[in-house]
Design a protein around this ligand. Structure first.
Ligand code: CUA
Length: 321
């Protein structure tokens, strides 16, 4: 138990000494240094205050016959205990402002990725026309700027290794930037409660070498895959937050054995689950309301899927016999 705790402890306390995930971008070390100094300053201040309190309460405890002198004030002491903290706070403010300024000043020649957040996935769009869900790919040692908006509610793009968090708001664009100095994979979280699937709204930033990135940007991800395989890949990225490929219900119904069955609807006659039914469900989910499930929970995927991808998803649902 102790051993497990200490190994957990040392795996959290990385080389940066701050209990943060390893540095993934150029801001992270700036942030960590400031954080470390703030923690040290707070620790020293706590020691002085609590240590002083304990020391004085013992030294000047009540003793019969002892009476304290009448002291009105001490100008030097009062000046020092105000001026020294003031200087420390100004250092923290100036330093914090400097790091924040680096974070919020967008480089002009950055590689741009458009981000669309929705309940409950991260979607990335590249200038080459390539789109991904959950996985963001970026080149190493290149400033990357994210231009982000939301389709429904407020989400928040949070990448702990980059020390970056930015709200993603419907109806406007927010932005953030980073430059990753090493190749690697880093977690993306949604840090704003956005409904039932919030905790499953995850992703990965893949930082690739420039050559690998250029290759990735050009390749068709579905080359050589059957429609069912395309659908399975998409299902895992886009649908599995809410639907199981088994009969077990999640947020929405489990999809096994659905295709070809008569689906019981609320306030509508039962409907045969054929290709058009699945297609309508993906693009215009409010058309049908399945019995036993709350209405209006499923988001629309209109405009986010190519015909090839739609067909793949339908074929995949069909294959869940
Ligand atoms: Cu999106 Cu929480």
């Amino acid at each position: 138990m102790i051993w497990q705790l200490s190994s957990l402890f040392s795996s959290i306390a990385h080389a940066n000494g701050t209990f943060m995930p390893p540095d993934g971008d150029t801001i992270a070390p700036l942030y960590d240094h400031l954080y470390l100094v703030m923690v040290l300053m707070s620790a020293i201040a706590s020691l002085i205050v609590i240590g002083g309190m304990v020391y004085f309460s013992i030294k000047y405890r009540r003793q019969t016959g002892r009476k304290s002198a009448y002291i009105t004030h001490n100008t030097t002491l009062e000046f020092l205990w105000s001026f020294i903290p003031f200087c420390l706070f100004m250092v923290a403010f100036g330093w914090g402002w400097y790091v924040y300024y680096q974070m919020r000043t967008m480089p002009e020649d950055a590689f741009e990725v458009n981000v669309l957040a929705q309940q409950w996935s991260w979607n990335f769009m590249y200038k080459s026309g390539k789109k991904t869900t959950a996985d963001m790919y970026v080149p190493v040692n290149t400033p990357v700027r994210l231009i982000m908006t939301s389709k429904d509610v407020i989400h928040s793009m949070y990448i702990p290794a980059f020390r970056q968090k930015q709200d993603v708001v419907p109806g406007r664009y927010t932005q953030t930037w980073f430059q990753a100095p090493h190749v690697g994979n880093f977690h993306i979280f949604c840090a704003e409660y956005c409904g039932m699937g919030h905790s499953a709204m995850l992703g990965i930033v893949h930082v690739l070498s420039k050559a690998d990135f250029d290759k990735w940007l050009e390749t068709n991800p579905y080359k050589g895959l059957t429609p069912v395989q395309v659908g399975q890949h998409l299902f895992q990225q886009k649908c599995s937050v809410c639907h199981n490929p088994t009969t077990e219900r999640k947020v929405g119904p489990g999809l096994q054995h659905v295709f070809g069955s008569m689906v019981q609807l609320q306030g509508q006659p039962p409907h045969l689950a054929d290709e058009n039914y699945i297609r309508t469900h993906i693009l215009h989910p409010s058309t049908y309301s399945v019995q036993g499930f709350p209405k209006g929970v499923m988001p629309s995927f209109q405009g986010q899927l190519s015909e090839e991808e739609l067909t793949g998803l339908i074929e995949y649902v069909k294959s869940l016999k």
